[in-house]
Design a protein around this ligand. Sequence first.
Ligand SMILES: Cc1cc2nc3c(=O)[nH]c(=O)nc-3n(C[C@H](O)[C@H](O)[C@H](O)COP(=O)(O)O)c2cc1C
Length: 373
Amino acid sequence: MQTAFAKKLGIETPIFAFTHCRDVVVAVSKAGGIGVLGAVGFTPAQLKEELDWIDAHIGDHIYGVDTAIPQKYEGKGESDPAKLVEMIKAAIPQEHKDFAAKLLADHGVPEWPDKNDEVPLSFSLAQAQALVDEALTRPKCRMIVNALGTPPDEVIKQVHDSGRLIGALAGRLKHGINHKKAGLDFIVCQGSEGGGHAGEVTSMVLWPQMIKAVAPLPVLAAGGIGTGEQILAALAMGAQGVWLGSLWLNSSEAHAEPAQRESYMKASSEDTVRSKSFTGKTARMLRNEWTEAWERPGNPKPLPMPLQGYVSFDCQRRTHRYAGVGECQKVAFNPIGQVVGMMNQVESCRDIMMRLMTEYGEAYERVQALMPE
Ligand SMILES: Cc1cc2nc3c(=O)[nH]c(=O)nc-3n(C[C@H](O)[C@H](O)[C@H](O)COP(=O)(O)O)c2cc1C
């Protein structure tokens, strides 16, 4: 399994792993793919610490860093991160804060020990710029990827001037076309079944349209991939690689509490929902009492990004830290795609990579056997 885009990057296999976990980044890059660290939940100081660790453990392999600078968000014109955060906090109605706090209390979710801890959410250029600056100081970081929109022109120029590649996620055809017009180097095309922020069109329908619409720009196929057969299908359609997010969440390297893993392993593909209740934009996650509560008539509606992220952040960190306590899983933040229905065991990243490649080879042979003699 090799593509021109993978060769250009200098990786053995065109498997891209999106993850928030540094151990997964290192394990996938060492297994021949490339790990891409999602930086949206880190402060610049925390990102520095994560990248120091990755640089020290990844050997001669390379990695990427992912930011989330949306096309549209509240407070877009503000360039001072501290002022932006003050503005966001002041704009959140008390009703939303009370509603979120009651949901957590009703499900026995313990309080966070230090209320003064910073909220490290960077859904804005003002906050993400420092993350990009940090990533670009690292020679082994060879690509920047942005979620939720075309990155601003100044970021594209900054990344290109540093000699690296920059790409962005697209869940709609028009977003991919806009990325191409802006001069990006590749597109991650994510179908609706994928975990995290996702559009409406499924991978099977979106990938071939995107590949044709943005050609000759490389497209990485994302959304719903859990097997090597699916990778073969994506490459057969013309994708230059595959981008997987959910599958690594239950890898042995991922930082996940046992109760969280249990939620993944119990869930079927029908147990996810696209909901605005955590970030203010539609994202796919496990359906639970939190996602349902924000939909019920008479209850507060999710606020726009990035406000809702500040409403839900306490829920995110408390339900992760205390995943097995009380009824935490009933309100926990578990972004994941429909592929969760295939995630029934804990495997190491290396074993996942080996399995994907073996399945790919077997599927390739099956297809070859269908050819006339
Ligand atoms: C837990 C989780 C968090 C995610 N957060 C981000 C993010 O911060 N930035 C981003 O570019 N994509 C994010 N995504 C989307 C992934 O990059 C990827 O496109 C998606 O997971 C692919 O579909 P799959 O989950 O079916 O593999 C996230 C996905 C998951 C599962």
